[in-house]
Design a protein around this ligand. Structure first.
Ligand code: MAN
Length: 554
């Protein structure tokens, strides 16, 4: 073995040293040329092959010294067999310090640094395998998030489509109800006007004649009452003032007649005699009394029958004459015109659901035309129906507006699902929209509801206020990171939270990495009222790239 080594030609031995620090990609450029002269990698100069790695810088690009620190602009590659190769600046070669990047110690002369690549490599692979496992599991969850986004997209598209169709139907319905409401209102007004002015309607005319007859009777009645009063006064004066000794029979008869009519006692009879007369009435007087009682009974009977008393005549007649005959007439018309249930009204129950809207449309139109021609009374004449029509219209308008706003929201959501600056190019974040993650730090419970708001709440058993730490404002805002890159989704900014006393508005930077769970792991208040949360989410676990993993194994 030793003999075989000694038998190797010298240049071959030298070439081993000459490739020291050369990366695998450039290895082919560092082989001994037949001519003996070697071209610098930038092609600017030819130098003797022996000048390569002779610890003296010859090439302007430093390519002749890959394994020494002679050229300040060169780099050194350590192979790190058993781990992963690394490149360091040449200035760090042979400086007496073991570079952590070069676990094989090749950056220093042999014997200076121990080769720790085996352990470091094993440790690294263990860690990497654990991470890969997490990534693999996370990626599966992520793909379920993506599937959710696609489903959500379909759902929203269907919602937009059905909303558009519903809007068309509801717009027609609103237009139809608007026509009905306006027509109802104008018909109500016109009907009232018509009834007020009409002198042809027999009922109205008859009512008005009764009213004027009653007015005339009331006037005459009052006149007669006044006359009766005056006559009574005259007869009272006569009764009290006449001289019974004159035996004027005409006067006596008048006085007696008046006393009988007015129910007065006979004047001139002694008080005692009157009392006696009151106790044992004469036949004649008994007859009179009897007649008076009968008269009273008659009055009662008459009153019962007509339900009007003299008192009613005095007070009730005025009230009766103040009646609003137009309203009465309209109320009567409404009552008379209330349509009996007819086939037209019952038909709806026999129709299949799909035909009901057309039937309703047709029925309304037909009824309104029947109303116009006076063939059928229409509900629209009623003022209560005019407000019913208004209510139906405003209900239909609210229902329409709701569908319009649902459609608008669905369209906005659709626009964000696969937006790189929204829920990601694959929609992987949509599933987490509004999901709240919490961390209990003792003093506070920190919470972030993704894409919504971050909060700081008092910890369990601690009093105090809940502060808003800000609303979602953007993904990683760094100018070095482009939207859509993995690093873009590794940060979220929440800002414009509750203002800090004597400080800024509270804000949060949420730093995320791939993990099998959506969780916050740490919270730190880096500056006053500026918080940093760190956490994990499966949405960040990209599928393992087979090519990458093979390359890393090598
Ligand atoms: C509260 C909390 C703290 C914050 C102070 C600032 O106590 O929000 O995190 O530092 O207010 O006054």
């Amino acid at each position: 073995m030793l003999l075989w080594f000694l038998a190797l030609p010298l240049p071959a031995l030298a070439s081993v040293d000459k490739t020291l620090g050369v990366s695998p990609a450039l290895l082919s450029k560092y082989s001994a040329p037949k001519s003996g002269s070697w071209k610098c990698l930038d092609g600017s100069k030819e130098i003797p092959w022996d000048f390569v790695n002779d610890d003296s810088c010859d090439c302007p690009d430093g390519s002749d010294e890959p394994g020494t620190s002679a050229c300040p602009n060169s780099t050194f590659y350590c192979q790190n067999a058993g781990h992963i190769g690394a490149t360091i600046p040449s200035s760090r070669v042979n400086d007496g310090l073991c570079e952590p990047e070069c676990c094989d110690g090749s950056d220093e002369r042999p014997g200076v640094c121990r080769n720790a690549c085996k352990e470091i490599g094993e440790e690294y692979r263990k860690k990497r395998d654990a991470e890969r496992k997490i990534q693999k599991t996370g990626a599966k969850i992520r793909s379920s998030y993506i599937a959710f986004a696609h489903k959500e997209k379909k759902r929203l598209e269907a919602l937009v489509e059905s909303s558009a169709a519903e809007i068309a139907v509801r717009e027609k319905e609103v237009a139809r109800l608007r026509v009905i409401a306006e027509r109802t209102e104008s018909l109500s007004a016109a009907a009232l006007e018509h009834k007020q002015q009409s002198r042809e309607r027999p009922l109205y005319t008859s009512l008005m004649s009764h009213a004027s007859a009653l007015k005339a009777l009331q006037r005459e009645h009052k006149k007669h009452l006044e006359r009766e009063q005056q006559l009574g006064d005259i007869l009272d004066t006569l009764r009290k003032g006449y001289n019974p000794n004159y035996q004027d029979m005409a006067v006596l008869e008048a006085v007696r007649g008046w006393e009988y009519l007015a129910g007065l006692p006979h004047i001139g009879v002694e008080e005692d005699a009157q009392k006696a007369a009151d106790l044992s009435v004469s036949d004649e007087e008994a007859g009179i009394a009897e007649t008076g009682d009968e008269k009273k009974d008659d009055e009662v009977a008459e009153t019962d029958e007509e339900e009007w008393t003299a008192e009613d005549l005095k007070t009730g007649l005025d009230e009766l004459l103040n009646t609003d005959y137009v309203s009465l007439l309209m109320a009567h018309d409404e009552h008379v015109k209330t349509p009996p249930p007819s086939t037209l009204f019952n038909l709806r129950g026999y129709l299949p659901d799909s035909l009901v809207p057309q039937y309703e449309e047709m029925r309304e139109t037909l009824l309104s035309w029947l109303g116009v021609f006076g063939i059928a009374g229409t509900d629209v004449e009623k003022s209560s129906d005019s407000s019913k029509a208004r209510t139906a219209l405003s209900d239909a308008e609210s229902a329409l507006n709701k569908v319009i706003s649902d459609k608008k929201n669905a369209e906005e959501d659709l626009g964000e699902i696969f937006d790189v600056q929204g829920f990601g190019a694959e929609g992987e974040w949509k599933k987490l929209d509004g999901q709240c993650l919490q961390l209990d730090s003792g003093d506070y419970i920190y919470e972030v509801c993704l894409f919504d708001e971050a909060r700081q709440k008092p910890g369990p058993g601690k009093g105090g206020q809940t502060f808003s730490l800000g609303k979602f404002s953007s993904w990683n805002p760094s100018p070095d990171v482009k939207p859509g890159e993995p690093a873009y989704y590794e940060k979220q900014v929440y800002d414009r939270g509750t203002r800090c006393w004597n400080g800024p508005e509270r804000s949060v930077i949420l730093v995320l990495k791939c993990g099998t769970e959506n969780a916050i792991h740490t919270v730190a208040e880096l500056e006053k009222c500026e918080y940093q949360f760190t956490g994990t989410s499966p949405a960040l676990c990209l599928p393992l790239d087979a090519k990458d993993s093979v390359r890393e194994e090598l």
